[in-house]
Design a protein around this ligand. Structure first.
Ligand code: AIF
Length: 364
C-alpha cells in the first residue's frame, strides 16, 4: 500500500466508527501528516458540530503549515451550520490535500477542490474512493434522491420462513444475528414495521447493543390507526414513534394519542398508504436511512415499489415449512420475472450458527 493509501485508510477506519450517528450528515474523518508523522486527527461526530477537518487542523495547530491533510470526503465549500472547511484548509497553510470521495451534491461537487487549487494547494482525489463511498452509501443516495436509503432486514429459515404457520417467530435466528441487527438500528435514522408486526410481536424497536446506541425513529405503517395504546411503541418513551395512517382517520381516533409527546401521527392524503408518499415525507424530515424490519406485507410493498436499496438476510439453519407460514416477502409479489429487480451479493459471512448475506440493488 502506498504512502497516501496508508493514511487514507487510517482516516476511513476512523470514519467507520461514526456511521449512523452523524445523520443527516455523512461520516467523515481527516488526518493531518507532516514529515510522515500524524500531527492531527479528527472525525465529524454529530450534525451541527465541527467537521472532521476542523478538529484535525485544531489538533495540528502550527504544524498544519506545509503539511498534508487526508480527508475521506471532499472538504465542504459552503456555509452550512459551520464555515467552509476548504477555507479552513487554506487558512491553515496546508500544502497538499488528499481526498477519497467527491461531494455527492452536484451543486457543490468539485467546488472545494477548485477553491484549494486556486489557493495553490496540490489536490489529489479518489484515493481509496470505493471504500470511502461505501461508508456513505446511504448519505449519497439521500443527497441524490432526497429519499432515505432503504435497507430491508430479514430473519429467515433455510426455506425462507419468518414464522411458523401458527405465527411463532421468536426466535428463528440466534443471539449474535439479532445483536448484529441492532447495529443496523444504531446506524439507521429510522426503523419501519407494519401494523401486523406490531400486533404480533409488540416490538420495542430500540437499539440495545452492549453500551447502548442511538435509537432510530420508530415508524409504523398503520392505515386505519389500529395500534393499541398499550403497545410498547406508544408506551415506551425512549425513542420517537411516527405512525403513518390513511386519510380516513377521525379526530376521536387521534385524541387518545395526544398525551404521548413522543408519538406523532402522520395522516397521509390518500386512503391507502403509498410507499412513495412515505419516503417523500421522510426525505423532507431529513431521514437519510430507513431500516425495514417487517413484516412480509410491508416488505412486499417496498419491493413492488422498487424502493429497496439493500437487503440484509440472516438465515438460520432451520427448516420450518408450512403453506401458511409467512416468507420474508409475501403480499401480492411480482408476477413476471422480467419485472423482478436484480441485486448483487456483496458479502456472506457466518454469524453465530446463522448466515448473514448482504446484497445491494444493481445500479442502472
Ligand atoms: N424473529 C426474528 C426477528 N424478528 C424481528 C421482528 O419481527 C421483531 O418484531 C423485532 O425484532 C422485535 O423488536 P424488539 O422488540 O425491539 O426486540 N429478527 C431476528 O433477527 N431474528 C428473528 O428470529
Amino acid at each position: 500500500m502506498d504512502h497516501d493509501q496508508n493514511y487514507m485508510r487510517m482516516a476511513i477506519e476512523m470514519a467507520k466508527a461514526t456511521v449512523g450517528q452523524t445523520s443527516p450528515n455523512p461520516s467523515v474523518a481527516a488526518v493531518v501528516v507532516r514529515d510522515n508523522q500524524v500531527v492531527g486527527m479528527g472525525i465529524h461526530v454529530k450534525a451541527g458540530e465541527p467537521h472532521a477537518e476542523v478538529h484535525a487542523l485544531k489538533m495540528a495547530g502550527e504544524k498544519a503549515d506545509g503539511a498534508d491533510i487526508y480527508v475521506t470526503l471532499e472538504p465542504c465549500s459552503h456555509y452550512g451550520q459551520t464555515p467552509p472547511c476548504a477555507q479552513a484548509v487554506i487558512d491553515a497553510g496546508i500544502k497538499r490535500t488528499i481526498i477519497a470521495s467527491h461531494d455527492p451534491n452536484p451543486k457543490v461537487s468539485g467546488r472545494g477542490v477548485r477553491m484549494m487549487k486556486t489557493a495553490g494547494i496540490e489536490v489529489k482525489t479518489a484515493v481509496l474512493k470505493e471504500e470511502a463511498d461505501e461508508l456513505n452509501r446511504s448519505f449519497f443516495h439521500f443527497i441524490q434522491t432526497q429519499h432515505p436509503y432503504v435497507r430491508l432486514k430479514s430473519a429467515i429459515s433455510m426455506d425462507g420462513k419468518i414464522a411458523t404457520s401458527t405465527g411463532e417467530s421468536q426466535w428463528i435466528t440466534g443471539e449474535e444475528a439479532r445483536l448484529d441487527g441492532h447495529r443496523y438500528r444504531h446506524q439507521s435514522a429510522a426503523i419501519l414495521v407494519g401494523i401486523n408486526t406490531v400486533m404480533m410481536d409488540n416490538p420495542k424497536l430500540t437499539t440495545r447493543l452492549e453500551g447502548g446506541g442511538k435509537h432510530p425513529v420508530r415508524i409504523v405503517l398503520d392505515t386505519k390507526l389500529r395500534i393499541p395504546i398499550s403497545s410498547q411503541l406508544v408506551q415506551d418513551t425512549t425513542a420517537l414513534t411516527w405512525i403513518f395512517t390513511g386519510s380516513d382517520i377521525t379526530e376521536e381516533q387521534l385524541a387518545p394519542f395526544e398525551e404521548f409527546s413522543h408519538v406523532e401521527i402522520i395522516k397521509l392524503e390518500k386512503r391507502q398508504i403509498e410507499v412513495d408518499a412515505v419516503l417523500r415525507y421522510l426525505g423532507e424530515r431529513k431521514i437519510t436511512s430507513l431500516l425495514i424490519e417487517g413484516g412480509a406485507t410491508i416488505a412486499d410493498a417496498f419491493v413492488r415499489a422498487g424502493c429497496v436499496n439493500e437487503v440484509v438476510t440472516y438465515m438460520a439453519p432451520k427448516l420450518i415449512g408450512g403453506k401458511e407460514a409467512l416468507t420474508s416477502v409475501a403480499g401480492k409479489g411480482i408476477s413476471s420475472l422480467k419485472n423482478v429487480e436484480d441485486f448483487q451479493f456483496v458479502s456472506t459471512e457466518r454469524i453465530g450458527e446463522d448466515l448473514k448475506i448482504v446484497s445491494i440493488k444493481k445500479e442502472g
